[in-house]
Design a protein around this ligand. Structure first.
Ligand code: TXA
Ligand code: MG
Length: 308
């Protein structure tokens, strides 16, 4: 992988790679993505192989405008437009009926497609210059931690990606919220960068999918996911000899003190786990508060701590 500062020339080079059917590591506001031309079935096959991801786990398609939705969706529900207007560009992925011309590999054979418009200038420039919607899962190997900085990229991914654009640390730090609009009421499939509360306020009604219950029908949402190599255990309070993440005064030298604000905590979570991963057989994490605004953080911690 040629690692590049995202100058206009570098983004043009990455866009050329996308048009050639190659893979590019792309920064977004949530996590780094492994990007490929969503309309090129061979590029999509290469993408699944690079991640070691089962081909029935559908990908998220990234668009550069609301107009581009019509290229990947067979029908754009009025609600999708309303939510796009309110939350795009941003960390909200909408599941809508799939366009017949979109290769079925992208959606793992489903008749729906997950779409979002990322809130990152480099990603938007790359989509615009490539002239095609971009499929991008998180740029990690299957079941491993998502990257929130370019130096988190796994060597096996770096080997197959042609270009990596260094957009600095991701500001949101956890993946997008996935919302299924093919059912009524819409169902929250994955908590993420946009909170359940913000969605409910925009919709004026509660969502299906109870908090903490996990996704009901999002293929590829294995219960163990986002997992570090060390095992992870959630505790009330860290002991001085334990390696991990705390919310209170840190007592040990291998303890990261995490922010008490949920958005700042999320922005730092994967970076802290990447830094500590492998330094001890078990990492300990102090339980964050239970409030609704902690839903995405709790979701990632629960998945990372599910026994193998
Ligand atoms: O923040 C993000 O969304 C990042 C950045 C790179 O944009 N991408 C990301 O992609 O997290 P990935 O592939 O790691 O996660 C895709 C999620 C999975 O949970 C998958 O089950 C769900 O989206 N998904 C994709 N297509 C779907 C569909 N048609 N129906 C239901 N869930 C879908
Ligand atoms: Mg992922």
């Amino acid at each position: 992988m040629k690692m590049l500062t995202p100058t206009p020339e570098a983004v043009a080079e990455a866009a050329m790679a996308i048009r050639n059917g190659d893979l590019v590591v792309m920064p977004t506001e949530t996590v780094y993505g492994l990007a490929a031309d969503a309309l090129n079935a061979e590029a999509i096959a290469r993408l699944y192989a690079a991640k070691g991801r089962p081909t029935e786990n559908p990908l998220i398609v990234h668009v550069g405008s609301t107009d581009q939705l019509a290229l990947v969706a067979s029908e754009v529900p009025a609600l999708a437009l309303r939510l796009a207007e309110r939350f795009w560009p941003g960390p909200l992925t909408l599941v809508v009926p799939k366009h017949p011309d979109l290769p079925s590999q992208v959606t793992g054979g489903l008749d729906t497609v997950a779409v979002r418009m990322p809130d990152h200038g480099v990603a938007l420039a790359l989509i615009a210059l490539s002239g095609t919607p971009i499929a991008a899962p998180s740029a990690n190997r299957y079941m491993q931690l998502s990257p929130t900085r370019i130096d988190h990229i796994d060597p096996q991914i770096a080997e197959v990606a042609v270009v990596g654009l260094d957009g600095g640390p991701c500001s949101v730090g956890v993946e997008s919220t996935v919302l299924d609009l093919t059912c009524d009421p819409p169902r929250l499939l994955r908590p993420g960068g946009v909170s359940r509360g913000d969605l409910q306020a925009a919709l004026g009604a509660p969502l299906a999918g109870a908090p903490g219950n996990g996704p009901k029908r999002s293929p590829g949402m294995a219960s163990r996911h986002y997992a570090p190599a060390s095992s992870l255990v959630i505790v009330v309070r860290l002991q001085p000899n334990q390696v991990g993440l705390c919310l209170h005064e840190s007592a040990g030298k291998h303890q990261f003190r995490m922010p008490s604000d949920p958005a700042a905590y999320a922005a730092n979570l994967y970076g802290a786990l990447h830094a500590l991963d492998g330094t001890a057989p078990t990492l300990f994490v102090e339980a964050p508060p239970e409030g609704a605004e902690w839903e995405a953080v709790w979701d990632r911690l629960r998945r990372a701590s599910t026994a193998q």
